[in-house]
Design a protein around this ligand. Structure first.
Ligand code: 5GP
Length: 216
């Protein structure tokens, strides 16, 4: 995949337009929109080759909605131009993970909670593509995969736009990766910080020093 090195400073914000209300928060543009789109087109091409005739896309909300929408658009265009059209159904899932305290050994374990309908029985016998914007520790994806396979799909593949370079990196969970990034907190392109910044087209590093908007 496309590796972004630790020392990458991003592009100067003066080269781009962005919403006025984020003026004081953006230091640099880490991944421009055009680069994101070009990379997604490339992932769409691999997906189009790997899947046979149908595809159920399981979009992980909220962060994955832009990635999913652009990925599915590219898959459709590629299908029209290549003559191998994948019948695509898009479904959405929203997850929350909670730390659950075990009072016997006083340890905390993370539990995945599915908001909305946890019944994914429509996946039975289907070729499934899970679409998630960010893979950090991989715990969320591991739990989701465990849940998805209980519905006996024909096959399951995972597309992640960003994967963080951390010890025990989770890239083995992924079949399609957009970018490998350093261990930084990023926002934009539907990724949020307290629901802010989803509306940015670009991805940038959220500096904890600049918390003007958040503290309102
Ligand atoms: P994991 O279970 O892989 O550690 O975490 C995945 C989830 O954590 C993502 O779906 C996302 O919601 C959140 N997350 C992890 N890192 C970031 C980040 O850098 N930016 C944002 N906005 N969310 C993140």
């Amino acid at each position: 995949c496309c590796i972004i090195k630790d020392e990458w400073p991003g592009h100067s914000v003066d080269l781009f337009t962005y919403p006025e209300h984020y003026h004081d928060d953006i230091e640099s543009v880490y991944i421009p929109h055009g680069v994101i789109m070009d990379r997604i087109e490339c992932l769409a091409s691999s997906i189009q080759q790997d899947f046979e005739d149908h595809l159920v896309v399981l979009c992980v909300l909220k962060g994955g909605y832009k990635f999913c929408s652009d990925l599915v658009d590219f898959i459709k265009v590629l299908g029209r131009n290549s003559g191998k059209y994948l019948e695509t159904r898009v479904e959405f899932i929203r997850l929350k993970s909670y730390l659950v305290r075990n009072f016997i050994n006083d340890r905390s374990t993370e539990e995945l909670h599915i908001i909305g309908s946890p019944d994914l029985s429509f996946l039975r016998g289907k070729s499934v593509l899970i679409v998630e914007a960010m893979i950090d520790t991989g715990k969320t994806m591991t739990a989701l995969l465990k849940h998805v396979v209980t519905f006996e799909p024909k096959m399951v593949k995972v597309a992640g736009l960003l994967v963080k370079r951390i010890p025990n990196m989770a890239e083995t969970l992924l079949d399609y990766v957009g970018f490998e990034i350093p261990n930084l907190f990023v926002v934009g392109y539907a990724l949020d910080y307290n629901e802010y910044f989803r509306d940015l087209n670009v991805i940038w590093v959220y500096s904890q020093v600049h918390h003007k908007i958040i503290s309102h």
